[in-house]
Design a protein around this ligand. Structure first.
Ligand SMILES: N[C@@H](CCC(=O)N[C@@H](CS)C(=O)NCC(=O)O)C(=O)O
Length: 232
């Protein structure tokens, strides 16, 4: 049994953190037994980030390292049917989702004023009203700093949506009319793709990023397919 520690569901998706959703989706694809522990306390997280797991008596952090570990051990079958070329393509799309489109998602919620107006209501609901605005302001300031350090927020909003559109276009072209990224069976890359796309396409309310995704019906259908298969 794997104990999965992650943020609680919100914004109408199983997890508003694309990296938490990625790891939970991987566990489902692999058919591994796990139980959820929802919270926002990062003090026990080995890398001070969500998600993390406790398995076989060990605490492991980082969704990517956890998935690599499982692929080498308990979940070998998930990618075993891929050719080396497909594995290389999978890794590249995973990186696009986790290291690039992820930041656009963060921008769309924490920096863009439309996204922020909503998530400041949603994310901080569990906190006592009196400290809510303070925590929201401090966290927003930190994440804006992260976005500046990463470099994305040095672009104008128009440039950022154009950059995001190229990512969505690449995912849409490659998915084409297949059921899953690599064919008719889901594998590890689908965990990364669904983790971020569910948050782009399905999370509420709609942001400029969600609206952009409406130009790619196959991505929206993919999210519905993954939701139906793994979360309903
Ligand atoms: N590389 C890590 C990144 C995890 C990550 O950035 N998690 C975010 C939520 S999506 C987090 O916990 N942020 C809290 C913080 O930075 O204080 C992974 O893939 O697990």
């Amino acid at each position: 049994m794997i104990d999965l520690y992650q943020f609680p569901p919100s914004l109408g998706v199983p997890n508003a953190s694309s990296l938490c959703l990625k790891l939970e989706t991987f566990l489902k694809i692999a058919g591994l037994d796990y139980r959820n522990h929802y919270g926002a306390d990062l003090r026990n997280a080995p890398k001070s980030k969500m998600p993390y797991v406790v398995m076989n008596g060990k605490v492991l952090g980082d969704s990517e390292l956890i998935i690599e570990h499982l692929l080498a051990n308990e979940a070998k079958q998930v990618d075993a049917w891929l050719t080396q070329e497909q594995k290389a393509i999978s890794k590249s799309f995973s990186r696009l989702c986790n290291e690039h489109l992820y930041w656009v998602l963060v921008y769309s919620r924490w920096q863009d004023d439309t996204g922020w107006a909503h998530i400041k209501q949603e994310f901080f609901k569990p906190l006592p009203g009196i400290i809510r605005p303070l925590v929201a302001t401090v966290l927003r300031r930190k994440i804006k700093r992260d976005l500046w350090g990463q470099g994305l927020s040095r672009h104008s909003a128009k440039e950022i949506w154009q950059i995001a559109d190229k990512d969505l276009q690449a995912l849409s072209f490659y998915l084409a009319d297949k059921s899953y990224m690599m064919g008719e069976q889901p594998c590890s890359v689908d965990a990364s793709v669904f983790g971020v796309l569910a948050n782009v396409c399905l999370s509420k309310p709609s942001t400029p990023l969600t609206q952009l995704s409406h130009n790619y019906p196959n991505l929206n259908q993919y999210c519905d397919r993954m939701m139906a298969r793994f979360y309903e």
